[in-house]
Design a protein around this ligand. Sequence first.
Ligand code: SF4
Length: 483
Amino acid sequence: MTASAPRYMARFRCIAEACEDTCCAGLTVPISESRWSLLREKVAGSPDEARVAALITPNPEGATGQQAGILGKRADGHCAFLDEAKLCSLQRRYGEAVLPDGCSVFPRVLTRWGTQVEMAGSLACPETARLCLLAEDALVREPVPEEQALRPQVARQVAAGDDAWTAHADTVREAMLRLLNRREVPFAARLYALGRMALGLGDFYFPGTTAFALAASHASASETEEASATAAREPMAGPALAASEASRHANASEAVDASAFATREPLADFALDANESRVETAGSRLVRILREYESVDTLASLHAQLDALELPGGPWAGICGAVLRSREAAVSSPRFLSLVRDVHASYGGSNANPDEAWRLHATRRAALESLHGERVHQYFLHHALNHVLRHPFTEAPSLLNAVFLLVLRASVVRWVLLGHPAVVALLEAPGTPVSTLDAAAVEAFQVVAKHVEQAPTFLDFARGLAGEGPETFARLLILVKGL
Ligand code: SF4
């Protein structure tokens, strides 16, 4: 059996004591009932028996099963079982089998698409972030021995294929990956196209859709298979926010006429005549829409539309700043807090006027583009491609919501990167080597991945900000224009 993984994950090895942000630092580590029981068995009669009994306690929230116990932490926020060499003392003495699933698998993220196990990486690990962002071929997918994908039994099964939403998921995901790789238009235009594609699919392709079942007599599986074949897999190149705050930023979308986008077809050429639409099945409609976004003309047209759209950047800056302030209040990691303080300061303070902060950001963005535009493009492309692999869109309430979350995460990282003190200094000293930018990027992407992207409060904020239906697309435009 093989699994598949992007090349950077095949290259990954934990750097242990050399790691600048050991994975258990600042995080709560749960252990399952079965793994806890195995550990107790292994340490019985040894000096570790008392340590395990004292340092692993029942989940205070009363959870059982996978989250039955919680590993204790030292005063510095690291796991109580981490030794002086920053290595796990339990693994060293009793082997990998006793580790909680999170410790064993991290930073691997395992997903089972049908019968195939896929391994992606969490950029919350600094070494993973380095390998993913900095190597040009990092996202080329290839087979890896299944034993490299540790504990495949814990892989999420996201595409069982027993409903239309998951049955077509792989086809849709491949189309997303191809679109993200279309270098003939800027990265923001590709994200805009992704949003338009999701909007076009949204009225018949969603969790629980019956559109495909109703049309089963017309749709043939071969239609989607054909789409997959014609577009053969290409290597990929290259404390909670107050509800009022969330809605205040969401209201920024009033600047965009959502209904104008929601009620017309993405492009005039895409409109079907009445006869065609009567006979078109959901399966063939899905294939047709995905193909439309393969077209050079479609992308060029969408790029021109996005360019012509004028939106203020202040709301985008306001959203990014609010996300950081909210996480600052909840996270104890000195590494995260120090960077966030620097980022706020670079934009004029944590409560800076969003329009002024945006002006600073836009000036820096243009300067960095002219110095290292290709390098920065690689970071964000790799982050986006990895996001699509690591976060199956089938877990979102809609494809458009999944795209929205990707663009929001990219926005927050962009804000942090352009506020990073090393980047601000680099713009004033253009001869600075690109390795300085790389190091700042690794830190920015990693701390955001570790302390923002997966936080339940951030995900709640993202859901509130996205809203529902047509308004989601209008709000997506604000984020895309900020990128
Ligand atoms: S964060 Fe990554 S490199 Fe660092 S200790 Fe954990 S797995 Fe190893």
